[in-house]
Design a protein around this ligand. Sequence first.
Ligand code: GDP
Length: 457
Amino acid sequence: MSGSTIAAVSTPPGHALRGVIRVSGPRARELARAVARCPEPPDLARRGFWRGRFDDGRGEQPLLLLWMPAPHSYTREDVAEFHLPGNPYLLDAALERLFALGAEPARPGEFTRRAFENGRIDLLQAEGVLALVQAANESERRAAAALLFGGLGERVTLVRDQLEELRALCEASLDFDETDTLSVPAAEIEALGRRALEAVGTALAWEERREPLSALPRISLVGLPNAGKSSLFNALAGGPHALVSEHAGTTRDGVAAIWRIAGVDCRLVDTPGIADGDLDEPDRIAQELARAEHASADLLLWVVDAAVPGNLLEVAEHFDAPRLLAWNKIDLPEARPRPPAELLEKELAWAAVSALEGRGLGELGDRAAALLGLAGDSGQPAGEPRLGRELSLRHRHALESSRRELAAALELLASGAPLDLAAEALRAATDALDDIAGRTTPEDLLDRIFARFCLGK
Ligand code: GDP
């Protein structure tokens, strides 16, 4: 347990209905007593919440006090949460009061760091929290959830148990010489070793397959057949990737390519045109796949033939994800220059383009970037896009070195080398795995990981 008591605003900056100040540490109880004026005196021996007023020294503010005594809190320390009006000026006054009474300003991520150091969560989970807090779009959110709940931790624990058992066997055999009855059969050690090796391999394969956290933002092209989706796809992705055809309905399967907007790679998917009515089996399946793709897209790029727009309001009902309208084929003389007013009334973002002549594509990219929340010049989307890749690399690196050490141990065992050498290699294999949960992670790496959290988390 840390000696200090930390405090920070844990809600985003700015005006809101409610702002939360979180306090954690041995003096949280005393601080809560000093500032909370509640009609019913809080019983801080148990978990609970009380309404009252927060005395910030200059005045009183409406307060909801949440009290979580150690060890039943996020940090496993005494934690008080002061829910106050979400007014930066009032929150500052309240925070200043807590500092004056002896709390210390929390560093970014310090609450989560304490949760980690007090054994409440492991590093893998801390990373999941971080990724979740920073998720800037749906795919990052999904990937963060995979980190938090995805089961890498369980897989690693399984391998670790097997390694420990193996090492225990080797070490037990060490204590007895050959004449002794307890000498462990080599075959048993070998079988166990092979099983552990397989389990590391499975964990590694799983981690490699896992959708990377910074999975690219997904953009799906949608629209009626012949609107020009495939042509636009090719124009945006910079090459003839997709099938372009004058006959309606030629794109049955989704085709994907990279569209780079605002310096960020996005995954652009061309899907079959919307079709209703009687469909043959392949078309029906294609429509279903397309719908699944649309449902998981971060942005739908809705392509419309400006010369033959069709019933736009009806088509619009097919989609509920964020949409960007590509008003296509404006090079045609019969094209209408802009979408009808009743559509634009719905605050629909749009750009006039010609996939054929490559007109308006920059503007379309700018609109997409704005809708996806990608940063303008920095070339990086909001929320640390490379975080996922970095975390995944860390896990893979650890799994790979564990596998290497384990393979070396098995080789030593097979060649009849002294058992203590094999036991040593097995220990190294376990240490490498422990790196994933943060048990053996060097302090400076921990500092780096936690420094990426926001203040108050
Ligand atoms: P999809 O069915 O929506 O994928 O549409 P395609 O990309 O296959 O295009 C259908 C037809 O429209 C093709 O003959 C294209 O050449 C034509 N087309 C697509 N974009 C444009 C454009 O911007 N201007 C003109 N004039 N024709 C286009």
